[in-house]
Design a protein around this ligand. Structure first.
Ligand code: PMP
Length: 286
C-alpha cells in the first residue's frame, strides 16, 4: 500500500497528496515518467531509468527539476518511507502548473515532481510466468515519438482494455507496414526456430525499454544470437517462443497471440532461463 507520496519537495500522506488543477500534466499530458522495479528494497536499473528520464525531459525541453542524484535520493527516500521491499516506484515530472494555454509557460515555471512507491505481492509475476500470458495484436494508433516516455497513455489504456476483453494481458501494436512496434506497456520479442532472439531496433516508433537494454547486455555476454529488427505477427505466430520485457514484469513469456498458441503453448526454455537470470544481471541500487 502507498502511504507516503513525494510532491514538490515534501512527503505527504497518500490521502493528502495533490497537484494543482492547472498542472500541464493534467491538461496537456505535458509530462514524463519512469517506473522502476524495487527488489529487496533496492531500485533495479536505476541509472538507466534516470538517463531515460533526462532524455525525455530534454526532448520536450522541460527544465530538469533537480540533479539526477537528487532525483535518485527522492526515489530511494520514497521507497524507504513506504517500507517497500518488492514492488515499484513511480516518478513523474510535468512542465508544471500555469493558466491553461497551449503556449509553453515562461521559463521559471517550476516542474511538478511526484514520486510514489507501492509493494507488489512477492512472487505474483513469477506465478503468472509459470503459465505465461496471452497477447492480441492491434493497430498502433500512437504518435511518432513513442521513444519519449510521456504520460500520453490513452492509446495504451484502450489497447489494454481491448486485450482484457479478449482474455489477454497485453496488446502488441502493429505499424502501418504490418510490423510489431512493441507492446502497449512492454517491448516485444520472439525466439525464432533457429534460436535467434529478435526484438525491434530502436527508433522513434518505440520506447527504448530499460529491461530490453539490460537483457541485450546479458544476451551479448552469453553470446546468444540476437537480431534487432522488426517482425510481423505472422512471423511471431511461427516463432518457437515469444515474450515481453518491462520493468515490473522483467521477462514475461507470451504463450498465445490472437488466440493461436506459440510453440507448444507453454513458456519457452530460452525465455524462462532469461527470466531466471534477469535479477543476477540487472544492477540494484540501495
Ligand atoms: N514500451 C512501452 C510502451 C512501455 O510503456 C514500457 C513500460 N514502461 C516498455 C516498453 C518497457 O520499458 P521498461 O523495460 O523500461 O519498463
Amino acid at each position: 500500500m502507498t502511504r507516503i507520496v513525494y510532491v514538490n519537495g515534501r512527503y505527504h500522506r497518500y490521502a493528502d497528496a495533490s497537484v494543482h488543477v492547472e498542472d500541464r500534466g493534467f491538461q496537456f499530458a505535458d509530462s514524463v515518467y519512469e517506473v522502476c522495479e524495487i527488489a529487496g528494497g533496492g531500485i533495479v536499473d536505476l541509472d538507466r531509468h534516470l538517463a531515460r528520464l533526462a532524455r525525455s525531459l530534454e526532448a520536450l525541453e522541460i527544465a530538469s527539476p533537480m540533479s539526477l542524484s537528487a532525483l535518485a535520493h527522492v526515489l530511494h527516500e520514497t521507497v524507504r518511507r513506504n517500507r517497500v521491499r518488492d514492488g515499484l516506484v513511480y516518478l513523474q515530472v510535468s512542465r508544471g502548473a500555469a493558466p491553461r494555454d497551449f503556449a509553453i509557460p515562461p521559463a521559471g515555471t517550476r516542474p511538478t515532481v511526484v514520486c510514489l512507491a507501492r509493494a507488489l505481492p512477492l512472487g505474483q509475476a513469477d506465478q503468472v510466468a509459470q503459465t505465461g500470458i496471452a497477447v492480441i495484436t492491434l493497430p498502433d494508433i500512437r504518435w511518432d515519438r513513442c521513444d519519449i516516455k510521456t504520460v500520453m497513455l490513452l492509446p495504451a489504456v484502450l489497447a489494454k482494455r481491448e486485450a482484457g476483453r479478449r482474455g489477454a494481458k497485453e496488446a502488441w501494436l502493429v505499424d502501418r507496414d504490418g510490423f510489431v512496434t512493441e507492446g502497449a506497456s512492454s517491448n516485444a520479442w520472439i525466439v525464432t526456430d533457429e534460436g535467434v532472439l529478435v526484438t525491434r531496433s530502436l527508433s522513434p516508433a518505440l520506447l527504448p525499454g530499460v529491461t530490453r537494454a539490460t537483457l541485450i547486455d546479458a544476451i551479448r555476454r552469453e553470446r546468444l544470437r540476437l537480431e534487432e529488427r522488426a517482425f510481423t505477427p505472422a512471423e511471431a505466430l511461427s516463432a518457437r517462443e515469444a515474450f515481453v520485457t518491462s520493468a515490473t514484469n522483467t521477462v514475461m513469456p507470451v504463450v498465445r497471440i490472437d488466440g493461436t498458441p506459440i510453440g507448444d503453448g507453454r513458456p519457452g526454455p530460452v525465455t524462462m532461463r532469461l527470466r531466471r537470470h534477469f535479477h543476477d544481471i540487472a544492477p540494484v541500487t540501495n
